[in-house]
Design a protein around this ligand. Structure first.
Ligand code: SAM
Length: 431
């Protein structure tokens, strides 16, 4: 969601004739797009603002500094008052007003534009998407869940689904320009309801997947409490749907889930996993986990480890609980010591790494279709792509390999975090 917001900001700057400068210190206008889900990200903003202040004092640039995103919504007005380097702040619900903010700044004013207007012009035509074959498309803005740890409802506002017709139109335009994979975005994507037709996520996926030229449709993030049987049945029928499903469980302990206000128990989560696997054979489940939530005991954490070992997720994102402003959990007592939480996170990652390695090794000799993303981090001569299950596949480059190319690949190696493969037909030949 933050990546897409950044592209919206960039597109809006481009529409004013501005071009990327490479370094914020050399730019006329520097925007910081920020996340405040965890404290660390919010702290980074302060140190970056300090660096930009020094750069301006020394070299006069950046001439204009704007703070955007969730930290802007959360602390924008205070930061504007405290940081003279800032010219304006712009909340995530106000991205469409970037140009207006820059006009104000050009007239010598410092402005804070935050909050969530009832009707926002969603300028999808202004997104600086480039030529990437994978694209994000917003389906729902905001979040209504109020999990006790989470700042998102305060920084992104209430849930608002976009009209299905508008989303499908955006996807159609993208496919016509060469997009192969679309990921529909929402904090609780499976709560999607078209405001005019009441179509649900299943209907939306049916319509998006039917768009000519698309190879695959993905969607993130699903909330465990919003998978009805009817929705699961529609997912099972949708064509060209990715086999990657991100369903955060957060904690394996029903007591902690209750304190988190997640709306399901450990048993209900496990039942859902069984249903999803039954309806969507071959699905790769991915998840988010928080460790060190206030009051989490060693026994609660063991329940998390146990759930991980039962479900065998293909990917897992783990976080140490971070108290966030205005959230109920920030006022809970029984803090878990930092060292205890770090130790739990390390144990969680170690357990998951063993599981991921085994799952990836089981894919050896399988044939998968991979959408090529670009040169791999692994080193020169290697490129990387991902299959419909979102697993990274590193391949030796072949003549004419290109970003956005689809290639059948045979899996030849596995690590916990990536697969190795060779294009079908290339086996034994040098890259
Ligand atoms: N809307 C999704 C959900 O509720 O499942 C994801 C929201 S959040 C942007 C992504 C992940 O960050 C969450 O799933 C959670 O694991 C983690 N997270 C959110 N708030 C956190 C906090 N206060 N401390 C640590 N991790 C947090």
């Amino acid at each position: 969601m933050n990546v897409l917001d950044t592209l919206r900001l960039e597109g809006s700057l481009q529409s004013r004739g501005l071009r990327a400068a490479g370094r914020a210190e050399d730019a006329d206008v520097a925007l910081l797009n920020t996340c405040s889900v965890r404290e660390k990200a919010a702290q980074k903003v302060l140190s970056r603002l300090g660096e930009l202040k020094r750069a301006r004092e020394e070299g006069g640039k950046p001439e204009v500094v704007g703070l955007c995103g969730c930290v802007a919504q959360q602390d924008g007005a205070t930061l504007l008052a405290r940081s003279p380097v800032l010219n304006f702040v712009l909340g995530p619900g106000r991205i469409g007003q970037l140009s207006a903010a820059l006009d104000e700044v050009a007239d010598g004013r410092r402005v804070s534009i935050t909050g969530f207007p009832e009707t926002e012009d969603y300028d999808s035509h202004l997104i600086a998407r480039g030529t990437g074959a994978r694209q994000y498309v917003t389906a729902i803005h905001g979040c209504n869940q109020h999990c006790t740890f989470c700042v998102v409802p305060y920084t992104r506002g209430h849930e608002k689904s976009r009209r299905m017709e508008e989303i499908v139109g955006e996807v159609r335009d993208l496919a016509a320009q060469g997009t192969k994979e679309v990921t529909l975005l929402g904090q609780t994507i499976n709560a999607y309801r078209c405001p005019t037709t009441r179509a649900d996520l299943g209907d939306l996926l049916g319509a998006v997947s039917a768009v000519e030229g698309l190879w695959c449709t993905q969607f993130i993030t699903s909330h465990p409490a919003f998978f009805t049987d009817a929705l699961i049945a529609k997912l099972a029928r949708a064509r060209r749907l990715g086999t990657y499903l991100h369903v955060p469980f957060q904690s394996g302990s029903s007591a902690v889930l209750k304190w988190m206000h997640r709306g399901y128990t450990r048993e209900q989560y496990l039942e859902l996993v069984a249903k999803l696997r039954d309806a969507l054979p071959g699905v790769t489940l991915s998840t988010d986990v928080i460790v060190g939530f206030p009051g989490e005991t060693e026994e609660d954490f063991s329940a998390t480890l146990d759930l991980v070992s039962q479900v065998k997720f293909g990917q897992l994102y783990g976080f140490i609980y971070s108290p966030r402003p205005r959230t109920p959990a920030a006022r809970y007592g029984e803090h878990v010591a930092r060292e205890v939480a770090s130790n739990r996170l390390a144990r969680l990652f170690a357990a998951q790494s063993v599981i991921q390695l085994a799952l990836n090794q089981a894919l050896m000799a399988h044939r998968v279709e991979v959408l090529i993303d670009g040169p791999a981090k692994r080193g020169s001569g290697w490129w990387q792509g991902r299959g419909p299950d979102n697993r990274v596949v590193n391949v030796p480059a072949w003549k004419g390999i290109n970003q956005g190319q689809l290639a059948p690949v045979t899996i030849t190696g596995a690590t916990p975090h990536a697969l190795l493969g060779e294009r079908v037909g290339d086996q034994g030949s040098a890259a």
